[in-house]
Design a protein around this ligand. Structure first.
Ligand code: NAP
Length: 468
C-alpha cells in the first residue's frame, strides 16, 4: 500500500488525490493544507459573484470525502512550518500542489504608497482569507486604477462595480460587504500595457462586464484601433515557411475579445451597460505602461503611464508621450508568482519547481518520491480545469515509479507523528464544524453562508467539532 501526501488542497491538489485513488486501488492519500479550510483558490480566489465556479467546491468535497483520502488542515509545509524533508519522512511520496503563493510587483516608484496594493490582497479581503489585513479596504476612493488586463483585473473591477445588494446573497464576508455598501468608487480604469488583441482575460469574463446592473463600460475606439488586429481580426493566412511571422497569429480567444470590444466601441463614448441608471463606469484602456505611482499628501494620487504603440512583433514600445490617471486606489493585477519551498529546487525566473512530467528534478535528475502539480509545476496560467490534465500527468509518473517508491519508508501513523511534532491538524470533522459555524453566522446576519475571516474564529469553530 502506497502512502502519499499531497501538499495543498486547491484544485490541483484535489485533482491529484482523485487521480491517485482512481488509478491505484490501494493508495492512501493525505491532503495537507496550511489553512484549516480546503479548496484553495476556489474558496479564496474565485470571486464571490461567480457562484457557478464556486459550486465546484461540491465536486472537490466529494473527492476529499473518499474513504482513502484524508484532509489535514492547519498543517504548514515550508517556511514557518514543517520542512518538506520531514514530510518526506512520513510518506513514500509527496506531491507539492502549493500554487503560486504571491503576486508579481511592478518595480516602479511609488508602488509602496498607502493606497497602492496588489489585487491579490484585495481578492483575499473580499474572499475572507484569514491572512488578509484586518484593516481591509475602506473604498473611500472615487477613482481606482487596476493595472493588468487578465481575469484577476476583470474580477476586482467587477466586484468594485457591483452594489452591496448584488453581493449580499454571496458568501462575501460581512466587513467587506459593509465597505462595499459605503463605497465611493465611481470610476474604475483597467489598463493594459499592450493592445486589446493581447489581453489575457477570457471572453466570458469580458462580456460579463457589460452586464452589470450598476455600471457601464467605456472603450475608446481610437485607442483600440492602434492595434492592427483590432482593425482586422480575421485569421491571417499562413506565412511562407521561409519568412517566419513577426506577429504571432491571433488566437480564437483573442479574436472573440476583439469582437466584443468592437461592439462596445460602436456604442460610442457613452459606453454600454445593462442598467438604467449606472452609478459607475469601467474604462477599459490599452497601450498604457505604468511608469510611476503619483503621490499627494503621503498617499497614492494617480498613475503615470507611458503611452505605448505596437512594435510590430507582438510587443510595444514607448511613444514618448505620457498620460496621468487620477486614482486614490491602485490595484496591480499583473499575475501571480510561485515561491520556493525550503530544500526543494526552484527556478526563480519561472517561479516554478523544475520537473519532468511532474517528477521534481534535482540537478536535472528525477528525485525519488518528490512530485509537483498545478501552478508550482507549470506557472500561474490556465483555468481551474487545466489542473486536471496537469495532475493526471504527475500521477501517471508517480504510479510508474510505484515499484521504486514501495521500498521507501513511511510512518505507520502520520497524523500521530504530526501531533507529536506539536501540530494541531484540522481534520474533516473540524472543517465541517467550520462550515456549520459559517451557516450559523450567515443566519444571524439574515444572509446565506458567510465566511469567517480570521484564524481565531476558524480554529475555534474547528475545535467545536470535538465538543459535540
Ligand atoms: P494574467 O492572466 O497573467 O494577466 C496578467 C496581466 O498583467 C497581463 O495583462 C500582463 O500583460 C500584465 N502585466 C504583467 N506584468 C506587467 C507590468 N510589469 N506592467 C503592466 N502590466 C503587466 O494573470 P492574472 O489575471 O493574475 O490571472 C492568473 C491566472 O488565473 C490566469 O490563468 C487567469 O485566467 C486565471 N484566473 C481565471 C479566472 C476566471 O476564470 N474567472 C479568474 C481569475 C484568474 P502582458 O500580457 O503584456 O504581460
Amino acid at each position: 500500500m502506497l502512502r502519499v501526501a499531497v501538499v495543498g488542497s486547491g484544485p490541483s491538489g484535489v485533482y491529484t488525490a482523485q487521480a491517485l485513488v482512481e488509478q491505484d486501488p490501494d493508495v492512501r492519500v493525505h491532503v495537507l493544507d496550511r489553512l484549516p479550510c480546503p479548496y484553495g483558490l476556489v474558496r479564496y480566489g474565485v470571486a464571490p459573484d461567480h457562484e457557478k465556479i464556486k459550486s465546484l467546491q461540491n465536486s472537490l468535497r466529494t473527492v476529499l470525502e473518499h474513504e482513502r483520502i484524508t484532509f489535514l488542515g492547519n498543517i504548514e509545509v515550508g517556511d514557518g512550518g514543517i520542512p518538506p524533508a520531514r514530510i518526506g519522512e512520513l510518506y513514500q511520496a509527496v506531491v507539492y500542489c502549493v500554487g503560486a503563493a504571491t503576486d508579481r510587483g511592478l518595480a516602479v516608484p511609488g508602488e509602496a504608497l498607502p493606497g497602492s496594493s496588489s489585487a491579490t490582497e484585495f481578492v483575499s479581503w473580499y474572499s475572507a482569507h484569514p491572512d488578509a489585513s484586518a484593516n481591509g479596504f475602506a473604498l473611500q476612493a472615487r477613482s481606482v486604477v487596476v493595472i493588468g488586463v487578465g481575469n484577476v483585473a476583470v474580477d476586482v473591477a467587477r466586484v468594485l462595480s457591483r452594489s452591496a445588494d448584488e453581493l449580499r446573497p454571496t458568501d462575501v464576508p460581512h466587513g467587506a460587504l459593509d465597505a462595499l455598501a459605503r463605497s465611493r468608487v465611481r470610476e474604475v480604469h483597467i489598463a493594459g500595457r499592450r493592445g486589446p488583441s493581447q489581453a489575457r482575460f477570457t471572453t466570458k469574463e469580458l462580456r460579463e462586464l457589460g452586464t452589470l446592473p450598476g455600471a457601464r463600460v467605456a472603450v475608446d475606439e481610437a485607442e483600440l484601433a492602434l492595434d492592427p488586429a483590432y482593425a482586422d481580426p480575421s485569421p491571417r493566412p499562413a506565412p511562407a515557411l521561409s519568412s517566419p511571422p513577426n506577429v504571432p497569429p491571433l488566437t480564437a480567444a483573442a479574436r472573440r475579445n476583439v469582437e466584443v470590444l468592437r461592439g462596445w466601441a460602436a456604442a460610442g463614448a457613452a459606453g454600454v451597460g445593462a442598467g438604467e441608471d449606472p452609478v459607475r463606469t469601467v474604462h477599459l484602456r490599452f497601450f498604457l505602461r505604468p511608469v510611476e505611482l503619483l503621490e499627494r499628501g503621503g498617499r497614492v494620487a494617480g498613475v503615470r503611464f507611458a503611452r505605448t504603440v505596437p512594435d510590430g512583433s507582438g510587443g510595444v514600445r514607448d511613444s514618448g508621450r505620457y498620460e496621468d490617471i487620477d486614482a486614490q486606489l491602485v490595484l496591480r493585477a499583473v499575475g501571480y508568482r510561485g515561491l520556493p519551498l525550503p530544500g526543494l529546487p526552484f527556478d526563480p525566473v519561472r517561479g516554478t519547481v523544475p520537473h519532468r512530467a511532474g517528477r521534481v528534478l534535482r540537478d536535472g535528475v528525477p528525485s525519488p518520491g518528490e512530485y509537483v502539480a498545478g501552478w508550482i509545476k507549470r506557472g500561474p496560467t490556465g483555468v481551474i480545469g487545466s489542473n486536471r490534465s496537469c495532475a493526471k500527468e504527475t500521477v501517471t509518473s508517480l504510479l510508474d515509479d510505484a515499484p521504486l517508491l514501495a521500498g521507501r519508508p513511511s510512518a505507520p501513523d502520520p497524523v500521530a507523528a504530526l501531533r507529536a511534532w506539536g501540530l494541531r491538524p484540522v481534520e474533516w470533522d473540524g472543517w465541517l464544524s467550520i462550515e456549520r459555524a459559517e451557516t450559523a453566522l450567515g443566519r444571524s446576519l439574515g444572509r446565506g453562508q458567510v465566511k469567517i475571516p480570521d484564524w481565531t474564529g476558524l480554529l475555534s469553530a474547528a475545535e467545536r467539532a470535538h465538543l459535540g
